[in-house]
Design a protein around this ligand. Structure first.
Ligand code: FEO
Length: 402
């Protein structure tokens, strides 16, 4: 396994996970990478490690640059297992007593995750890592997206090691932004942001502000995240995209997502999709029989409205819809219009329960739920058409106002 030179004395030595598809409940159709970086100076520093099981790949790449035993210290920007899972094994290879620098919370979390590992953990706020020609600066990025998260900046090279920030899930031999089509990178970055970072947009907004106001932004020449490509061609592009995404500004777009038992709720979803489309709203039709909850989150992120359809089964919403709503609720998306609909046989609680969940998310609900008993047909579709019209009107208002 070969390392990839980022710039003089700085190498990518991470691992490529071509097979991963379920990343703690989030679909990763293009796999992922666990990026780690080696800074070879008078003092040799490894920044982050890889998921457990990829130790040999990491050590193999490091060995092409330097004997792993010559690594003097490790910086852990983020303690989540995809970047720390191999830490105990790597420390055994490079020297168990070598220091591992992390934020105060990182020290606590790594102790908690590896209680038997006797790691030599140091808080970067209390003890500065050794340096040679290069120095390290640390930026507290708490809750982006874990309490321990921090960025490390290498000013002499203008490199920001940004852990999960500015990452994306993409397994490939391509290591740099200029090797991958820009539209694909945008799509993957939005997918990543929507599913991992949405609950922390306020914190991300503050960090972006600090990066700008402190003058750090002008000094950044390369961004090295812990997943996906290194941003060397246009690092400002991903920073600007994050600036847009944290605003949660709604687009003239709607998502119609549903599950169905005997095609009746599906029929209602198709009617709503037609109606919204005819009003000039970009409308994404998603059946949970064919798509994953994280695809819904990605499509919903920049949409103004999310319309959720469910049948009623045993007095409840459909289980796949409950799963979706639990997931969306955890992401805490803002500035959304919600609506619910569904067909039923004899009791019809499903759509009402969905409506209550959407209200609990703080979304604007311009209409009561619309339910159709048995098979939808004229004139029972009139309330559904009215719902589509109301939602389209609300989208016009919210997009104009934002
Ligand atoms: Fe890539 Fe939060 O771990």
């Amino acid at each position: 396994m070969e390392p990839v030179k980022i710039t003089d004395n700085v190498f990518w030595v991470g691992a490529v996970d071509y097979d991963i598809r379920d990343f703690h409940g989030y679909l990763t159709p293009k796999g992922s990478t666990y990026n780690a970086y080696l800074v070879v100076d008078d003092v040799v520093t490894l920044i982050d490690t890889v998921r457990h099981g990829f130790e040999d790949e990491l050590l193999s790449r490091i060995s092409k640059v330097i004997d792993p035993a010559k690594i003097d210290q490790v910086i852990s920007n983020h303690a989540e297992m995809d970047h720390s899972g191999s830490l105990p094994g790597i420390m055994r290879a490079i020297g168990a007593d070598k220091p591992v620098y992390a934020s105060a919370m990182g020290v606590k979390n790594l102790h908690g995750q590896f209680p038997g590992a006797a790691l030599n953990l140091k808080d970067v706020a209390k003890e500065t890592p050794r340096t040679g020609k290069y120095t390290f600066q640390f930026l507290d990025t708490k809750m982006i997206h874990w309490p321990d998260s921090m960025f490390t900046f290498l000013p002499e090279r203008g490199i920001l090691f940004s852990q999960d920030g500015f990452g994306l899930h993409y397994a490939s031999v391509d290591r740099f932004d200029d090797q991958v089509p820009a539209e694909l990178l945008r799509r993957l970055a939005v997918n990543y942001f929507a599913n991992i970072l949405t609950p922390y947009t306020a914190q991300i907004g503050k960090v972006l502000e600090t990066v700008k106001s402190s003058g750090l932004l002008e000094k950044i020449r390369i961004i090295c995240p812990d997943h996906g490509v290194v941003w060397r061609a246009e690092p400002s592009k991903i920073v600007n995209l994050y600036g847009r995404l944290v605003s949660q500004k709604p687009e003239r777009k709607a998502v119609v997502v549903f599950d169905t038992m005997w095609h009746s709720t599906e029929y209602m979803a198709r009617e709503l999709t037609d109606l919204l489309g005819s009003r000039g709203v970009e409308t994404v039709y998603l059946s949970l029989k064919h798509c994953h909850r994280s695809e819904v989150a990605t499509e919903a992120y920049e949409a103004a409205a999310v319309l959720v359809g469910t049948p009623t089964i045993n007095n409840q919403m459909f289980p796949s819809i409950a799963d979706l709503l639990c997931y969306l609720k955890s992401l805490k998306m803002k500035n959304k219009i919600g609506a619910s609909f569904g067909s039923y046989g004899w009791s019809g609680e499903g759509a009402k329960l969905v409506q209550a969940e959407l209200a609990a998310m703080g979304w604007k609900l311009p209409s009561p739920e619309v339910r159709v008993q048995w098979v939808p047909q004229e004139p029972s579709l009139e309330p559904l058409k009215a719902l589509g019209k109301t939602v389209a009107d609300e989208i016009d208002k919210i997009v104009t106002a934002s």
